[in-house]
Design a protein around this ligand. Structure first.
Ligand code: MG
Length: 253
């Protein structure tokens, strides 16, 4: 069941989103070649607490997971799409670093992700990053009251496909509120007019996850998802609210 948020709830979620965006703003200039991804995680945790939030992923136990998640961030490098674990891995020149971050403020969740280039990246990698971010904004633009979930997916998929890239299989955006993952699934593909009608008060995490190569992904033992053909992947995410006046990006400063 999709939970429709009141204006008061959206106000709190906007505050949560502002705080998360401000953490991301500081965090995105931090990663450098030679650092471990654990260093990025450590800073993210400090910044969330400094901004009056609670790390949302730390201790989170998704349905079916063996144990609670032990980190504040998901950090996924290169062919890892999402749910990568911070580690001793040392960042290299040319890496694509995806930081996915969640924050709780006044019991409400906010979720955001971005892909960062480490030093000089290949032209193809740069194009993948640009197209994926553009697809996110096209998806958000399609999230108008009266449109349908399929319009969001269609906007995202059309852009990614026309660029010759893939939307990866089996991974979607989601509703968000007092839980990190709420109904509905927000697919990164779809047909205009298909699926649930969008109404004011819906709050969604829209998150295109793309690959240079084929769309198949493999889930590893640590629960991270990697592209089956080992091709590069990108990921951008915003938490948005549907309103009468159009979609509002909550994860913005
Ligand atoms: Mg998400």
């Amino acid at each position: 069941m999709i939970k429709i948020k009141t204006e008061a709830e959206i106000k709190i979620m906007r505050e949560a989103g502002k705080r998360l965006a401000s953490v991301m703003e500081e965090l995105k200039v931090f990663p450098k070649v030679g650092m471990a991804t654990l260093d990025v995680n450590e800073l993210a945790e400090k910044l969330i607490i400094k901004n009056g939030g609670v790390p949302a992923f730390l201790g989170y136990k998704p349905y079916g997971a063996a144990s609670p998640y032990p980190f504040t961030t998901c950090i996924s490098v290169n062919s890892t799409v999402v749910h990568g674990l911070p580690s001793e891995y040392i960042l290299q020149e040319g890496d694509l670093l995806k930081i996915d971050l969640g924050l709780i403020y006044e019991k409400y969740y906010s979720d955001m992700a971005m892909t960062l280039p480490l030093g000089e990246i290949s032209p193809e990698a740069r194009r993948l990053v640009g197209i994926t971010e553009e697809a996110l904004y096209l998806g958000i633009k399609a999230a108008q009251a009266g449109n349908h979930l399929g319009d969001i997916g269609f906007a995202i998929h059309s852009r990614v496909k026309s660029a010759g890239f893939s939307i990866v299989d089996g991974l979607t955006g989601h509703g968000i509120g007092t839980k990190l993952h709420e109904d509905p699934y927000v697919y990164n593909f779809g047909k205009p007019g298909d699926g649930e009608r969008l109404v004011p008060g819906m709050v969604l995490a829209i998150e295109p996850m793309t690959a240079v190569g084929k769309r198949a992904v493999t889930q590893l033992d640590d629960d991270s998802f990697v592209t089956a053909d080992d091709s590069l992947s990108a990921h951008f995410e915003h938490t948005i609210a549907i309103t009468e006046g159009g979609p509002i990006i909550l994860t913005k400063m």
